[in-house]
Design a protein around this ligand. Sequence first.
Ligand SMILES: *Cc1c(COP(=O)(O)O)cnc(C)c1O
Length: 379
Amino acid sequence: MTVTADEELTALGAVGRTPCLVIDVEVAGEQYRRIASAFADAEIHYAVKANPEPALLRALVEAGCRFDVASRTEIDLCLAAGASPADLSYGHPIKKPGDIAYAYARGVRLFAFDSAGELDKIVTHAPGSAVICRLLASSDGARWPLSRKFGCTGEMAVDLMKAAAVCGLDPAGLAFHVGSQQLDPGRWEPSVALAADIFRTLEQSGLSPRILNAGGGFPVDYRVSALPIAAYSVAIHAALFRHFGHRAPKLMIEPGRYIAAPAGVLHAEVVLVSKKSYSDESRWVYLDVGRFGGLAETEDEAIQYALATAHDDGPTGPVILAGPTCDSVDIMYQHAHYELPLALRAGDVVRILGTGAYTATYASVGFNGFPPLRTLTNP
Ligand SMILES: *Cc1c(COP(=O)(O)O)cnc(C)c1O
């Protein structure tokens, strides 16, 4: 590195203002180009909830990226960044009627759903739109699973797609999501196979679905490196060929973490280094950022960020890494065998690397663009 962390913070006017997340939008652009070239045949929709920073969205618009949105705020952010409504996919399968109408009024014409109730809302508030039915998928192998909340079975998807056609919607295709930070390239195949079955059934009924949205989940390097993105592209394309043959659908993917995570470095200050007894081997290192300030994905030590300090050349020893709040769950790592330099002192900066995704949004009071909880008091 040519600039030190301290010089970078000085340049940003951020000295003494930790914790802060520094985003390098060029890195996000490079990540987009990397995944776009690995998936040259796919439409890439960036999942905005990973990091909705306007400068990052503008860089992605310029690079030719499309977007996956889940709320009014995310739609507004993408349009303000210069995206065209035709490049937005409303990928959240569960929406309020007013939010569907809002999206439709702004030109969004592609909506996800996974139930009859949601289909009714889309028919009413976004008539004639293209719809994509989300399938249940396993999150096995994902460091941050999200399987059970969204999706329906294949049997139900067949009926819902037929119903969509009857209602005058365009039953464009199917979607699934294999969980975030999915390390196993083989995890996409079961859903590709299921989708191929459903496509065949629908084609026999005279429908012509054409899009397969293979979701996000593409992993990045944290403390442990992930396989290169090409490994995921090869596995997914092999699965497409195995199950669709030469009649592969248009592929769509929705990377969030892959694009945003490597673009961010979270600068935190050491508040205290201490021990609880004279015989403890591990030091406790308390930072000014924790589970409630953006490091939510350290729950169960699921996502293990790499750390850097100014003392990294010297000897290290085991630490328990904790956040600043008075809540005892605000501990990031106690079982994952983290080590930090013995020279580390209160006031030092710890850089938490690869923190561009799911940090600022989880810390904010408006995750995924949903407004914060209002507090009212009795008059
Ligand atoms: C969150 C989300 C993504 C992005 O997932 P990553 O693991 O960050 O790539 C993609 N699609 C949908 C529908 C999502 O909700």
